[in-house]
Design a protein around this ligand. Structure first.
Ligand code: PRX
Length: 650
């Protein structure tokens, strides 16, 4: 493989404020010590943390068992319970501290102290047990962003049941596939959800999925979130409160082996059948715990808000488990960022005194379109740390987030990781010097590098495959029911057990990582291999451009031509004005990053095709750029009508 070229030069560096330097728990000295300890003895480093940060009912003596690589076992002979670690161990000192603040779509608010959360989780753990669920059984959770989703997750963890959350926006078909692959016994759902001022039915999809198979399901527990009627099937469906009636609010947590699966989470992947990513108990919880401390510096006065849905890994590690494991107060929000208007996020931050805020670049770019007036209406002075995840953040969006939301005082914690990695892998600490668009350095104990396809390590600035050389505690354990796919997908290189991420990236001379995009999306233009991120960032830096996606289209001479799909901040101009803007944008890219990246064609739309978690689906745009019919699976696409807008141009 020839190298992937990096063409974007971002030279700005932002140093931490004096306030940040003085207030955070991890200082430069402490960080240097951690890097030194991890470099000296990686397994020892993680083992010491596991002893210090987690409560074990049976201490472990084995740090890492790598005798069956690439299947790794961490803290193998130890035993613990995740729910005990997230709740019970805080009760002596924090029983009246808020664990969860919830704001519903309509502005309704609920608060749960650690003691109240404990009682709810115990009652629901007893309920699950009464329904015949025991250690190792699989439970599907198909719920909106309400505290009961976290209560259900914690209750599963408490009894050693393995949960698998299916995002509430997925169809009956997607739900059925996941139930059947997991062989689940029980579904927990709601009659519906509330979003953007509307109620949306949910239970109907469960009924439809179960009517088409899913024979392993014995019971369905239904929480009534809306006032809408719900069909209850006699003998199968039970109301949440009726099932809980008479249940004790005490439950003795079931201690499980460190390697016991805590959950499965299906990722759709770009092709083929969804993969059931299997995570462990001890290793997963360790990285969830420490990254909430390291990246977000959570302490007793913080209110942490991660906007991700519990249907995604971010909602597992930075909503349901990590913040509770460190004993923090976390906020959950049911609604959407644009209801009743695009100031909702900032209103929620103000009203609940949010100090640490974590969201996705897609949300930032969408809200940026509305300008600075809306955020400026709210008091955001309590914010001290801002995070981002899910996609590369364009320097333009980074700057807006930094200046307008963070008042140029909050570090932007750009966290690179994946469903499979369980927790942050490459990310700044709040004290790290920041470069807009770079997720900075690999965390202590995470051995990341850039290789060419022959396995040679590349030097500064050379783009290639991002890989992780050594195992880490929260890594994926296998793909449920498909161990061969686990090995083929993540460990494809000959002669080593390096974890291959699937992203392209380069590392600069300061050791900072820059993610260039997915390997599958790399373009080859006249022999130059280009990632998508940098051209997209150049377009987004134009004042009229809100979002952009780049794909390659076959070209007789160049190999591939650059096709750009653009969302403007303004209405799309017509006729000669449109042509003039296309010319201006093409020249803009040429000037920003060089003529090689100049788009051959530009199409406009009101949005980009995205997955329900906000990722741009470039593979669909590739088909459109080629002028072909879209025949791929579009079930994870948020708004299918977007494709027609783009198809009808050219
Ligand atoms: O391509 C990278 C991108 O999202 C992928 C992982 O997606 P998923 O498993 O859905 O998990 C999302 C939440 C962790 C990665 O392979 N990605 C995620 N975070 C970043 C990112 N790309 C660049 N910068 C990031 N901070």
């Amino acid at each position: 493989m020839s190298k992937i070229e990096s063409i974007l030069t971002e030279t700005r560096v932002f140093e931490p404020s004096a306030e940040t330097l003085a207030s955070v728990a991890i200082t430069q000295n402490k960080l240097d010590e951690m890097y030194t300890a991890a470099a000296k003895d990686n397994v020892g480093f993680w083992s010491d943390l596991a002893r210090e940060k987690l409560s074990w009912s049976k201490p472990f003596t084995v740090g890492l068992d790598d005798s069956n690589a690439p299947h790794y076992k961490w803290f193998t002979d130890g035993e613990l319970n995740v729910s005990y670690n997230c709740i019970d161990r805080h009760l002596d000192t924090k029983s009246d501290k808020l664990a969860i603040i919830f704001e519903g779509d309509q502005g309704d608010i609920e608060r749960y102290t650690y003691k109240e959360l404990h009682d709810h989780v115990c009652r629901f753990a007893n309920t699950l047990t009464a329904q015949g669920i025991t250690k190792g059984d699989r439970v599907i959770i198909y719920m909106p962003m309400i505290p009961q989703a976290v209560i259900a997750m914690q209750a599963c963890a408490r009894i050693g049941a393995i949960h698998s959350i299916v995002f509430g926006g997925f169809s009956a078909e997607a739900l059925k596939d996941r139930i059947e692959d997991a062989g689940a016994k029980l579904v927990i759902t709601t009659n519906g959800s509330r979003r953007g001022g509307k109620t949306i039915p949910l239970k109907g999809a469960v009924d439809e999925a179960l009517s088409k198979g899913c024979d392993s399901i014995k019971k369905v527990i239904v929480y009534r979130r809306t006032d809408d009627e719900v069909m209850m099937k006699e003998g199968r469906d039970i109301d949440w409160f009726e099932a809980e009636a008479g249940m004790s609010d005490y439950h003795d947590p079931v201690m499980v082996e460190s390697e016991h699966p805590l959950f499965l989470l299906y990722t759709s992947g770009s092709t083929g059948k969804p993969k059931g990513v299997q995570h462990s108990t001890g290793g997963y919880l360790l990285n969830a715990h420490v990254t909430n401390e390291w990246m977000f510096d959570l302490n007793d006065s913080d209110v942490f808000w991660c906007t991700a849905d519990v249907g995604w890994i971010t909602g597992h590690t930075y909503v349901a488990y990590g913040p509770l494991s460190v004993g923090a107060t976390m906020l959950m929000f049911e609604g959407v960022p644009t209801y009743p208007d695009a100031g909702r996020f900032w209103q929620v931050c103000q009203d609940h005194g949010v100090t640490v805020f974590y969201t996705a670049p897609t949300a930032i770019r969408a809200l940026m379109k509305f300008g600075g007036d809306l955020p400026n209406k709210y008091d955001l002075s309590k914010l001290r740390i801002l995070g981002t995840v899910g996609e590369p953040i364009n320097p333009e969006a980074w700057m807006w987030y930094y200046e307008v939301i963070g008042g140029s005082r909050c570090p932007i914690i750009d966290t690179w990781w994946q469903t499979e990695t369980g927790a942050h892998m490459i990310a700044p600490f709040p004290i790290t010097s920041l470069k807009p668009g770079s997720c900075t350095k690999a965390l202590p104990g995470i051995d990341a590098a850039i290789l060419d396809e022959d396995g040679n390590e590349l030097g500064p600035g050379d783009g290639g495959l991002l890989i992780i050389k050594q195992p880490w505690p929260s890594m994926i354990r296998t793909i449920w029911n498909d161990d061969q796919r686990y090995k083929d997908t993540y460990f494809p290189l000959e002669g080593n057990n390096y974890y291959v991420v699937g992203d392209s990236a380069h590392k600069d001379k300061d050791g900072y990582f820059w993610i260039l995009g997915r390997i599958d999306d790399v373009l080859n233009v006249s022999g130059h291999r280009l990632g998508t991120m940098e051209i997209e960032s150049a377009l987004v830096s134009h004042p009229l451009v809100a979002e952009a996606a780049i794909v390659g289209r076959p070209h007789d001479i160049k190999g591939e031509a650059v096709s750009a799909f653009v969302v403007l901040n303004v209405d799309t101009p017509e006729g000669a004005e449109r042509e003039a803007l296309i010319l201006e944008l093409r020249n803009w890219v040429a000037k920003e990053i060089g003529p090689i990246a100049k788009p051959d064609e530009i199409r406009f739309g009101t949005n980009l095709p995205k997955t329900r978690s906000g990722k741009i689906m470039r593979r669909l745009l590739k088909t459109i750029a080629k002028g072909e019919e879209v025949t791929q699976d579009t079930s994870t696409l948020e708004d299918p009508s977007i494709l027609d807008q783009f198809k009808n141009q050219k």
